[in-house]
Design a binder for this molecule. Structure first.
Ligand code: MD3
Ligand code: FE
Length: 234
């Protein structure tokens, strides 16, 4: 982990009113626009989020995305929650209202996640999408930018559950310098402003580094606002 530049900028307590509501939250600014929250979720919170994910996956199964143009399968399996979900197939990347295999609406974003989003984003407009990525121990995600959303002003909140992963983030240019961070179960990240269009990816998952998931591997949740919020008329 190359994190000598990590400086804790604040440690603050939060109220204890919610399901996901760790007693203390440590914020580490990795670089402008990237805030890292080690163990944002305690074990109990991780277990209840894991169980909610299992319920959603049983109701609306994970799907296998394929790369645009060639259609090679991605190693990560996905499911979305919310009014819009991210999908990828031969015709490209997009957000859509329905599951690409079943044609059903996506399950709703869990109330615990809506609450966490409000707390971490200072009540930015309601999120519309929560992408659940499942990584087996051999899965990875190449360096890419997230640019299928309309609203680049909105932050992206990421949560990791299960085995530790090696996350890499660069700059808005593919060939820019990169930093790596090991993301552990319960860790959170927020991306916004200057980092919102940075290239990033998952280089590897470290097998058997967490006991949270019986089947091993890793879940990552990214919570997003996709469309531009409507500004209320005066
Ligand atoms: C930096 N997921 O779903 S989360 C993705 O762990 C994605 O599954 C990875 O990249 C994962 O698109 C990384 C961290 C992340 C998410 C969104 C970002 C980093 C980001 C958006 C802008 C910049
Ligand atoms: Fe991404």
């Amino acid at each position: 982990m190359r994190c000598s530049q990590m400086v804790p900028i604040a440690t603050q307590s939060s109220s204890t009113n919610g399901m996901i509501d760790s007693a203390a939250m440590t914020r580490i600014e990795i670089k402008p626009g990237v805030i890292y929250f080690p163990t944002l979720l305690n074990r109990e919170e991780q277990e209840s989020l894991r169980d909610e994910i299992y319920v959603a996956i049983n109701a609306a199964h994970l799907f296998q995305s394929t790369m645009p143009r060639w259609g090679n399968p991605m190693s990560v399996k996905m499911l979305n929650l919310g009014s819009l979900g991210w999908v990828s197939d031969k015709s490209g990347y997009r957000y859509q209202k329905r599951h690409p295999v079943t044609g059903e609406a996506w399950p709703p974003i869990f109330p615990s996640l809506l609450k966490l989003w409000g707390r971490l984003t200072n009540n930015y407009a309601e999120p519309e999408a929560c992408l659940i990525n499942y990584y087996s121990s051999t899965a990875k995600m190449g360096l890419h930018q997230d640019r299928d959303e309309e609203d680049f002003n909105a932050p992206v909140v990421s949560l990791s559950l299960g085995d530790t992963a090696l996350f890499r983030i660069g700059t808005s240019e593919r060939s820019g310098p990169t930093q790596s961070i090991k993301l552990q179960s319960g860790d959170g990240l927020i991306f916004d402003g200057p980092a919102r269009l940075d290239f990033h990816g998952i280089d590897r998952v470290y097998k058997e580094t967490s006991t949270l998931l019986n089947e091993g591997g890793r879940f990552n949740l990214t919570i997003r606002r996709v469309t531009k919020p409507v500004i209320a008329a005066p």
